[in-house]
Design a protein around this ligand. Structure first.
Ligand code: HEC
Length: 240
């Protein structure tokens, strides 16, 4: 499957270069906007994920209470991420449906997304979510340029609209392409955070560690100067 995906990416790139775009939204693969990964984006992404993805996908390795370290209050997490579903604040994110139900409906259980960014890369997921096209031959009515015959439907249809394989717009999205890119980037930011929840603590700690190293280097330098001061003046006396 991985190899197939690689071919699909190359095919999309080649088609883009040749000006024969098959992508729904752009001629070539899209790059994630620089600086897309920050706390407000992760929080926005967590809320979008809860509404659009968590019906099917779990994020087992991320406990809801962990989001408090981003600056969210417990009430906000319960209202906007747990969606007052009765889920446990101290447990990982579970999907609304059971695995058996999901398998019955999609023929394929939706994978847990805890480590998906490490597995597939943030850039791939960003493009995958924007590469769905209308294909009536598929059971869900949807296919994907980057994941041919995918079992997942285009859950972001209200934003992406409905586009054919050749890029013909059947129904425009309800938001501008720029707003669509931003929402998807926020979801990807959330998934990147889920795969590495200590990241912001590490960024902060990195600053302190560098600060401490610089402070100790200065102290060591002053000490060295202090010790060698006497040695220098002694040897100067000796020479005389
Ligand atoms: C209606 C159920 C459903 C919803 C809602 C849903 N997915 Fe999926 N998703 C699936 C299924 C089923 C698969 C497995 C596809 C396959 O293997 O063919 C999948 C697969 C994936 C994959 C793996 C793709 C790959 O290349 O292996 C990612 C990433 C993903 N979904 C992200 C999301 C995100 C982000 C959202 C929310 C915007 C979302 N999904 C919403 C059902 C869903």
């Amino acid at each position: 499957m991985k190899i197939m995906r690689k071919y699909a990416i190359v095919a999309v790139l080649v088609a883009g270069v040749a000006g024969l775009s098959v992508r729904a939204n752009a001629d070539t693969l899209l790059s994630l906007p620089a600086g897309y990964f920050n706390k407000p984006a992760v929080i926005a992404g967590a809320k979008l994920f809860a509404r659009h993805c968590s019906a099917c996908h779990s994020v087992q390795s991320l406990r809801f209470n962990r989001l408090a370290s981003l600056g969210m209050t417990k009430a906000e997490i319960q209202k906007d991420v747990m969606l007052e579903s009765g889920a446990n604040y101290l447990q990982g994110m579970q999907p609304a449906m059971t695995l058996a139900q999901a398998k019955g409906w999609f023929g394929m259980p939706p994978p847990d997304l805890s480590h998906m960014v490490r597995n597939l890369g943030a850039g791939f997921i960003y493009n995958y979510l924007q590469s769905f096209y209308w294909d009536p031959s598929r059971p869900s009515g949807w296919n994907n340029h980057l994941f041919p015959k995918v079992a997942m439907p285009n859950v972001l249809q209200p934003w992406s609209g409905i586009v054919t394989k050749q890029g013909k717009v059947i129904e425009p999205g309800r938001v501008t392409p720029a707003a669509f890119h931003k929402k998807v980037a926020d979801i990807v930011a959330f998934l990147r955070y889920a795969s590495d929840p200590s990241v912001f603590t590490r960024y902060k700690l990195g600053g302190y560690v560098l600060g401490a190293l610089i402070a100790f280097s200065l102290i060591a330098y002053w000490l060295k100067k202090e010790y060698w001061k006497d040695v220098h003046s002694d040897s100067a006396k000796h020479k005389k």
